[in-house]
Design a protein. Structure first.
Length: 679
């Protein structure tokens, strides 16, 4: 039976002695509470807090379990649901090929749908040119990953075909961070006779100041326009702060408007030069090298405007590599060993800080790097196109301007490569080698090469066609082992060369064609079996080292060097039909005269003015009967006349007695005709 207390019980309690409770001492301050978490369950479906109340009768400062008189619950409310909605995303900066914008946020008003004000995140799920491959683009706030913010791109195969790239389908992640370099521009004079302005004019150049030094460096040039017949002082420039993303710059940039203002009124002259060049800025920068091994890797780069590293495409199963939104690669672009690749197009590319290398792509037959209608593609290093056997021409490289060198090797489907008119000067070398069908070179405006020019083993190249504007080669100009090479006249404008090597060209009849050549460090003509005449250089005045003709089986004479006044060494070796060295008849001094193994040479009478030699070396000339060096007065170090079986020994001895001034060890006269007598 539950016991209840009435009035009599209370009175009894009050009179019960010292063990009774004095209610006068129990006050409101003794009321207290205790709170503890309430798990999800009977009292609170989503959990919450249990609030226990009562009187602290023992006044120990805590509400004991026996002191609890009431419990009530403060229950957690259900959180707002996360909701998403999808909108079509047109072609543009967020999705180059269009796609979907997936918006998400909390349904704070519990309306059952995501309102505009509730959108907190937008992911772009972009279509790609690769079947079943999607990219998802999400903004990245400023922070450790991207100091100024940016975006992260996820790419992968849409395995379940629902049109959305889910987390489990992602196979590549790429961060692109916001960073912009200032745009610089300048106007400079273009001399006459420089392409494309025959009469000179002005050139407008613009680019991003990638190294932030305030100077527009050559490797930073991104856009160029030519104002032919216009003085630079009359060309004005106006900078636009922003070029929106679109046809001119897929991810935005800066337009530089240039116009002719001869009257100085600040406005374009009527019917005069006017253009806008575009510097496409890298609003998204990815730091580090990037290797493409599949289509997923390639599409993950969509939206990246600058790759601060090297881009390598090495994907044996990839059939096409199309990247329309990447204008700047700080490192190199290497496309190598892609056995299935048919098409390669990076048409927005404007600057490569290293080299562009296209190697060993067995099926590559479609190519486009840069777009010459919108500007040049500046390459700080070299352009290498090697062993791409299906590539039909080089027209897709029209915009490419490498600063260092160019190597074209074993691209065996190319017959007529098409012109590359923007290549005017190279700091490095030009190599054209091992082509089966190439019949001309593409460098119709190339004027200066500071390295070498090597044209080697091109099976159907009849001459160095396409090099008609070449003026100087500081290194070696080598024409070697080109089996149908017959003419050299495309080199008629060449004025100076380092080493001129003409070697092993089976059908080359002579060296006619160097009409303007005035200076060479060395000339070597060797192993050209049907060549009958060498020389034919009417303006050649100086050869710093040696002029050598060696092992040309049909060579009969070296002639037509009427201006030659300075040469150090003349060497004629192993030319079985050589009978004349008349080209050297004006020489008065040589360091060395070397005449070895020329079976039909009968005399050295083609040196009538020669007075001084350091070294005379005449050996193995079967028909030689007379040295004929009537004016020779000094031979300073070596006098070697050996194994000329028809040359009277007495003639050699008489010349040595008259002219040799060296040590006895330097005198060698032997195996000549010891039986002949001399007058």
């Amino acid at each position: 039976m539950r016991r209840t207390w009435g009035t009599w019980g209370l009175l009894a309690l009050l009179g019960s002695g010292c063990d009774a409770i004095d209610l006068s001492e129990i006050t409101q301050r003794d009321a207290t509470t205790r709170v503890h978490p309430e798990p999800a369950g009977e009292h609170c479906p989503l959990g919450g807090q249990a609030v226990l109340t009562g009187l602290d009768r023992d006044r120990d400062g805590e509400l004991d379990d026996t002191e609890v008189t009431a419990t009530h619950y403060v229950c957690d409310r259900a959180p707002p649901e996360v909701r998403t909605r999808t909108r079509a995303e047109p072609h543009g900066g967020n999705c180059a090929l269009g796609g979907q914008a997936v918006q998400s946020g909390l349904d704070r008003n519990a309306s059952g749908q995501l309102d505009d004000a509730e959108v907190t995140t937008t992911d772009y799920v972009c279509a790609t040119a690769v079947a079943n491959v999607l990219v998802r683009v999400r903004p990245v706030p400023p922070g450790a990953q991207c100091a100024r913010g940016g975006q992260v791109t996820h790419a992968g195969h849409d395995a379940n075909g629902n049109g959305l790239l889910e987390d489990a389908e992602i196979s590549r992640e790429v961060y692109g961070c916001d960073e912009r370099a200032p745009v610089l521009s300048r106007v400079r004079e273009l001399p006459s006779s420089v392409a494309p302005c025959d009469r000179g004019g002005a050139v407008v150049e613009a680019g991003a100041d990638l190294d932030l030094d305030g100077t527009l460096d050559a490797e930073e040039l991104d856009a160029t326009a030519y104002a032919c017949d216009v003085a630079p002082a009359y060309v004005k420039r106006v900078h636009y702060a922003m070029e929106p993303g679109g046809m001119n710059c897929p991810t935005g940039g800066t337009g530089v408007n240039a116009f002719e203002d001869a009257d100085g009124d600040g406005s374009p002259d009527a019917n005069a030069f006017q253009t806008t060049v575009y510097v496409c800025q890298a609003s998204r920068i990815h730091d580090g090298d990037f290797v493409v091994t599949s289509a997923v890797d390639l599409v993950a780069l969509q939206g990246v405007g600058r790759l601060r590293g090297t881009l390598r495409i090495e994907a044996p199963t990839l059939t096409e590599a199309i990247l329309p939104t990447l204008p700047i690669i700080d490192g190199s672009l290497v496309v190598q060993g892609n056995s299935s690749l048919r098409r390669l197009f990076l048409t927005s590319l404007r600057f490569v800080g290293g080299s562009v290398e296209l190697r060993d792509n067995a099926r590559l037959d479609g190519l486009g790097l840069g777009d010459d209608t919108r500007g040049l593609l500046r390459v700080a290093g070299s352009l290498v196109v090697e062993n791409n056997p299906a590539l039909p021409d080089l027209l897709g490289l029209v915009a490419v301007v490498p600063a260092h060198g160019i190597s074209l090797r074993a691209n065996n489907a190319i017959v007529q490569p098409g012109p590359l008119p923007n290549v005017v000067s190279l700091q490095g070398s030009l190599v054209i080698e091992d082509h089966l069908q190439l019949d001309r070179t593409p460098f119709i405006h190339l004027a200066h090469v500071h390295g070498n020019v090597l044209i080697v083993n091109n099976a159907k190249l009849p001459g160095p066609f396409g090099l008609d504007q070449l003026l100087t080669v500081d290194g070696e100009l080598e024409l070697r082992d080109n089996p149908v090479l017959e003419v050299l006249h495309p080199l008629a404008r060449l004025t100076s060369v380092g080493d001129l090597h003409i070697l092993g060209n089976a059908r080359l009849p002579d060296t006619t064609g160097f009409a303007q050549l005035a200076r060479a460090r060395r000339v070597l003509i060797q192993g050209n079996p049907v060549m009958t005449g060498a020389g034919d250089m009417p303006l050649l005045a100086q050869v710093e080292r040696d002029f050598s003709v060696k092992y040309n089986a049909g060579l009969q004479r070296v002639h037509d060097l009427p201006q030659l006044r300075s040469v150090s060494v003349v060497s004629a070796v192993g030319n079985g039909h050589l009978m004349s060295l008349e080209a050297f008849h004006t020489q008065t001094r040589l360091d060395t005269l070397e005449v070895l193994g020329n079976a039909r040479l009968t005399a050295l009478g083609d040196f009538p003015a020669l007075r001084h030699l350091d070294f005379l070396n005449v050996q193995g000339n079967e028909e030689l009967t007379d040295l004929g060096l009537g004016e020779l007065a000094r031979v300073l170090t070596n006098f070697v006349v050996v194994d000329n079986v028809k040359l009277p020994t007495c003639k050699a001895t008489a010349l040595a007695t008259r002219a040799f001034q060296g040590e006895p060890a330097g005198l060698h006269i032997d195996l000549n005709d010891d039986t002949a007598t001399c007058p």
